[in-house]
Design a protein around this ligand. Sequence first.
Ligand code: FAD
Length: 305
Amino acid sequence: PYDVLVIGGGPAGSSAAIYAARKGIRTGIVAERFGGQILDTLSIENFISVKETEGPKLAQALEEHVKQYNIDVMNLQRAKRLEKRDLIEVELENGAVLKSKSVIISTGARWRNINVPGEQEFKNKGVAYCPHCDGPLFAGKDVAVIGGGNSGIEAAIDLAGIVNHVTVLEFNSELKADEVLQKRLYSLPNVAVHTNAQTKEITGKDKVNGITYVDRETNEEHHVELAGVFVQIGLVPNTDWLEGTLERNRMGEIIVDKRGGTTIPGVFAAGDCTDSAYNQIIISMGSGATAALGAFDYMIRNTEE
Ligand code: FAD
């Protein structure tokens, strides 16, 4: 069996695997797609000490760093079931069952797509999902935020301080964000809010040049010229496969303690799949390190040679 088996090969999982392997213990990492979300990221400017890099470059650096150690890398493999017996068992989609004394879950999350024409085509060419990451790329320009929940309105407030103008599009008849956020939003001079607005298309040539929406009350179509669209309709943790095992919150995020521990002894979690307050590369790497140290601590106390 493994001492530590990491499920997920993004920033959190890579960090966890390296920290575990450096303790000289048997470490494995299973990843559906090694690199994770950063493979879909163009420019990264907030990975502290690296002024600027690109997602695929950082993913390659992660993989090289992991391969520097004696770590079993099982790429292109998806975990589908976890069960605690004497050891913790993880079953893969291909039928294999891996056993380990401790497990670190770092299966990340995915942004919910709006699924309108232009979204896929202009990803990283004006279509963005993370205001902390990509907001500054639109300094002085006009942008739209799709989604009037907390994350959408937080994004709009954040962006209004950086960009020229923000248009908020909400499908329903009112914003769902907390009252205090709405108040803040409406106090800003460079924001327009459209409710009952159904996004129809993100337009552009080589990059985004506008957005088309339908006013659901009048059925009229409107087009707004702008340079960027932030889709803020939810971040979904990749934890469905854990249904009925460990405790998750209402959003499906795994609840962790300060060592990354979950409600199953020996099972730890890190990164975007957990209930951490913020989702960023530097944060998920930190929590991966925490979970690995937590797992090591657990092992030296609870398992025999
Ligand atoms: P992920 O990166 O999501 O990795 C999850 C891993 O688990 C992947 O390897 C995946 O294939 C694997 N996996 C999932 N399910 C299973 C399963 N059942 N079995 C096996 N493996 C599985 N953050 C920044 O700090 N700066 C930025 O500039 C920035 N820009 C971003 C731009 C975009 C477009 C996006 C989408 C995100 C951006 N982020 C940015 C956020 C950052 O990418 C995430 O916070 C970070 O990648 C989270 O790391 P993670 O390891 O927790 O999860």
